[in-house]
Design a protein around this ligand. Structure first.
Ligand code: NAD
Length: 415
C-alpha cells in the first residue's frame, strides 16, 4: 500500500525524520511547515539539524519527487493520511499549552475531507485527542468514525536516530474504533518491522507519557543516589557499577546533570495536570532541575574559582539541539553569582572555539559529546593543573572511580 501523506510540522525535529522515512518507503509525502526558511533549506537538500543517515535519504527522496515541503496547508486535501506532529509546550504555569495544536487544527480543518486518517503524533496530555475530536467535528461538520478517522499514535523515537529506530519501534495506536485502528495499522506496516498495539486514545497518550516519565524518574533516582553517596563520602559510580554487574534485576542508570530536553522537561506536567497525588514525578523534576545548583554549591566551596568553562550546551550527547538544556540554567545561575562563564560546544558553531578553555579555574562537563571523550585533550587546552573538574556523568573513565562523585582536581588525574 502506497499512499499520499501530509505531515503538519514536517520540517521539525521528529516530523522531518518521519517524512523522510515515509517517502523513502514509497509514499508520496508533503511536509507542511510554517517555518519557511527551514523549508527552503530542506528543499535545497540541506538537513537543518543532525539526524543520523538523513542527508542521503533527503537527497534521494527530493530527486525522486516523493517528498516536498512548503507552508501551504491546502495540500492537506490531497492526502489520504494527515499526520500532525507539532511542538506541544507547557505554559508559564507548567500546564499544557494547546494553542499551537488548536491553531493548526483550525488551519487544516477547511481542507479535511471524508475518508482521510488524521493522525496526531505530538506528545499530549491524557484526554487531548478526545478534546480535539470534538473541535474537529465542530469545525468540519465531519463525524469521527463515520466520515473521517482520528487516531493518536505517539512518536517514541530518540531524536537523532529516527531513521534507524522508526522501522523497529512498536507503535501504540490510540483509536476510537476497530476500523480506524486497522487502517492505521496497515499504514504503519508499510515500513514497520515490529508490531502495533491497539489502545484507546487516552491509553496511548498515557503510554507515551509513561514511557518518558519512567526514564525521567529513574534518572532522578540516580541523581539522588549521587547526592546521598556524596553525603557519605562514597563513590556513586563504584556502587552503581558493582551493583549492576551480572545482577539480573537491576539497571541503575548513571547520574547526570543535564536531564532535560524538549520532551523530558515538560512531559511529566502533562500527566500531572489537575492531579493531586503527584509526588514522584514532581519530586523527580525538582531533583533533576536542581543539579546545576548542586554544581554551583560545590564550586562555591573553592573561593579562588572565578572563571568556569561549561562543556556542552545541548541536552543530549552528539546532538545540536539546545532546547531545555540545563547547561543554560547552569550558566545563568553561575553568572547571577558573578562567575565568569565560558561555553564550549563543538556541535554548535557559536561555541566551537576551544581557546575559551585558556585560564579557566573550573571545567563542568554538562553534555558528554564524543569530542570531549579525551580528558587529556581538554587538559591540554586548559593548560594548568590547579583546575577543578566536574563530571557528574562519570564520563571520563580515568576519574570515574577515583573522584568524589565526579569532582576532581587536574593535578589528581593519573598520567
Ligand atoms: N524531539 C524529540 O526527540 C521528540 C521525540 C518524541 C516525541 N516528540 C514530540 O513530538 C512533537 C514535536 O516535537 P519536535 O521536537 O519535532 O518539535 P519542533 O518544534 O522541532 O517541530 C515542530 C514543527 O512544527 C512547525 N509548526 C508549528 N506550527 C505549525 C503549523 N501551524 N503548521 C505547520 N507547521 C507548524 C514548526 O515550524 C516546527 O518545524 C512534540 O509534541 C514532542 O513532545 C519529540
Amino acid at each position: 500500500m502506497q499512499t499520499t501523506v501530509a505531515v503538519i510540522g514536517g520540517g521539525g525535529h521528529v516530523g522531518l525524520g518521519l517524512s523522510l522515512l515515509l517517502a523513502d518507503t514509497g509514499h508520496s509525502v508533503v511536509g507542511i511547515d510554517t517555518n519557511v526558511a527551514n523549508n527552503a533549506r530542506i528543499m535545497a537538500g540541506d538537513m537543518p539539524f543532525k539526524e543520523e543517515g538523513a542527508a542521503p535519504v533527503l537527497k534521494r527522496v527530493l530527486e525522486s519527487g516523493r517528498f516536498t515541503i512548503h507552508d501551504d496547508h491546502a495540500a492537506v486535501s490531497a492526502a489520504e493520511v494527515v499526520i500532525v506532529i507539532l511542538g506541544t509546550p507547557i505554559d508559564s504555569n507548567l500546564n499544557p499549552d494547546l494553542k499551537p495544536l488548536r491553531q493548526a487544527m483550525a488551519t487544516i480543518a477547511p481542507f479535511l475531507r471524508p475518508g482521510q486518517i488524521v493522525m496526531l503524533r505530538s506528545t499530549i496530555a491524557p484526554g487531548t485527542t478526545d478534546t480535539l475530536r470534538r473541535m474537529l467535528e465542530d469545525l468540519t461538520g465531519l463525524t469521527v468514525g463515520q466520515d473521517i478517522d482520528l487516531v493518536f499514535a505517539p512518536e517514541r523515537v530518540i531524536q537523532g536516530k529516527a531513521l534507524s529506530e522508526l522501522p523497529l519501534l512498536p507503535q501504540l495506536i490510540g483509536a476510537f474504533d476497530d476500523a480506524a485502528y486497522a487502517r492505521t495499522e496497515a499504514f504503519f506496516l508499510t515500513f514497520l518491522r515490529s508490531r502495533c498495539f491497539q489502545l484507546s486514545p487516552t491509553e496511548a497518550e498515557m503510554g507515551k507519557l509513561m514511557t518518558n516519565m519512567f526514564r525521567y524518574v529513574q534518572f532522578a533516582l540516580a541523581n539522588e543516589f549521587q547526592m546521598l553517596a556524596d553525603m557519605h563520602g562514597a563513590n556513586v559510580f563504584k556502587i552503581i557499577d558493582a551493583c549492576n554487574h551480572d545482577y539480573p534485576r537491576l539497571r541503575i542508570p548513571d547520574p547526570g546533570p543535564n536531564v532535560g530536553g524538549p520532551c523530558l522537561f515538560k512531559d511529566g506536567w502533562f500527566l500531572l495536570e489537575g492531579v493531586a497525588f503527584n509526588e514522584i514525578i514532581a519530586t523527580a523534576f525538582r531533583i533533576n532541575e536542581s543539579m546545576p545548583a548542586q554544581i554551583r554549591q560545590r564550586l562555591a566551596k573553592v573561593p579562588t574559582i572565578r572563571r568556569v568553562a561549561v562543556l556542552g550546551m545541548t541536552f543530549k550527547a552528539n546532538s545540536d539541539d539546545t532546547r531545555n538544556s540545563l547547561s543554560f540554567k547552569l550558566c545563568r545561575i553561575l553568572e547571577n553569582t558573578n562567575y565568569e562563564v565560558v561555553r564550549l560546544d563543538p556541535m554548535l558553531s557559536a561555541h566551537s572555539d576551544w581557546q575559551v578553555l585558556d585560564q579557566v579555574d573550573a571545567v563542568v562537563l554538562m553534555t558528554p559529546h564524543d569530542c570531549f571523550a579525551e580528558l587529556a585533550t581538554i587538559r591540554r587546552h586548559v593548560g594548568r593543573d590547579d583546575v577543578l573538574y566536574a563530571d557528574l556523568w562519570g564520563f571520563w573513565r580515568e576519574m570515574r572511580y577515583c573522584s568524589a562523585n565526579g569532582y576532581f582536581w587536574g593535578h589528581d588525574i593519573p598520567h
